[in-house]
Design a protein around this ligand. Structure first.
Ligand code: ZN
Length: 285
């Protein structure tokens, strides 16, 4: 019989994602941000060594601006694999919230990454608007199915969870369902535990989820997710700081902190191979 005070999810290996670069952060804000493909690959290998099972990638052009260029994504991926690193690679289709066209955003999916982001609705995003129209999302879901890519259903507010449930209901997305609750974006749901609990409660039984808090919400939401039986994302994309007033030295440093906390609360940390199994992703050949 299930013990409600000791649910199996609390013993499930914790999948840590490291979001290494993002679309917006700059080296001026934190010189440790990886920007070139070489830096991104190096940061991925370090984050994996520290305990990340997934690296979430964005790439930048020669001016440091966000791009969806598949050649750059492929280069970063190939450098990670050439280093002998088996971390799961998740490519962003976000395209910097209005900086790229829908067609460009979908291009990384043609590289058949193991995971790609599926931003499940529109919202104000900082000073701009992040548009994810139903037409775009429908095409993106079909393309992810064609290339056998696991969608990471990114939800910035509760309406996005409801939208994700519609795609599931329409059988446009295959199980297991993998949600990423991104909280604390200016324009989205605030980065509070109440919001996280609310959004997680909307999920169907068996859905897998991870939490990603922006800025100062990163660590509290990560710890909350771990203790709720969810998974967690960290990294310089979401937060440039280690403590208030102290810049993070690397993505790996942020991952290592989560690994220590997971150890203290008794969550084992998933290897990339274990995470592939949990997420229904084929083993790396
Ligand atoms: Zn991202």
């Amino acid at each position: 019989m299930l013990d409600p005070l000791d649910p199996p999810a609390l013993h499930q290996p914790l999948i840590i994602s490291a979001a290494l670069t993002g679309s917006w952060p700059t080296k001026e804000q934190n010189p440790n941000l990886p920007v070139t493909e070489e830096e991104i690959a190096e940061a991925a290998v370090e984050a994996a060594a520290a305990g990340a099972a997934i690296v979430h990638l964005h790439v930048r052009n020669e001016h440091g601006k966000v791009t969806c260029d598949p050649a750059r994504y492929a280069k970063a991926r190939d450098l990670i694999r050439a280093a002998g690193c088996d971390v799961i690679i998740n490519m962003s289709t976000g395209g910097g919230a209005g900086q790229t066209t829908d067609e460009q955003r979908a291009e990384p999916v043609t590289l058949a990454p193991e995971i790609a982001s599926f931003d499940c609705g529109s919202l104000n995003f900082g000073a701009g608007v992040f548009v994810n129209s139903p037409t775009f999302l429908t095409k993106l879901a079909a393309s992810m199915r064609e290339y056998r890519v696991r969608p990471e259903i990114e939800c910035f507010e509760p309406g996005h969870v409801a939208n994700g449930l519609r795609f599931i209901q329409d059988a446009a997305i295959d199980p297991p369902y993998w949600f990423q609750m991104v909280l604390g974006v200016r324009g989205g749901a605030p980065g509070t535990i109440q919001q996280l609990v609310h959004m997680v409660q909307m999920l169907p039984p068996g859905a897998l989820w991870s939490a990603c808090g922006i800025g100062r919400a990163q660590l509290p939401l990560g710890v909350a997710a771990m203790t709720m039986g969810g998974h967690v994302r960290t990294g310089l994309e979401d937060n440039l700081w280690y403590h208030k007033g102290e810049l993070a030295q690397s993505n790996a440093q942020l991952v290592a902190r989560l690994v220590r906390i997971a150890g203290e609360i008794g969550r084992p940390v998933a290897s990339p191979a274990q995470a592939r199994e949990i997420l229904g992703i084929s083993p790396l050949v």
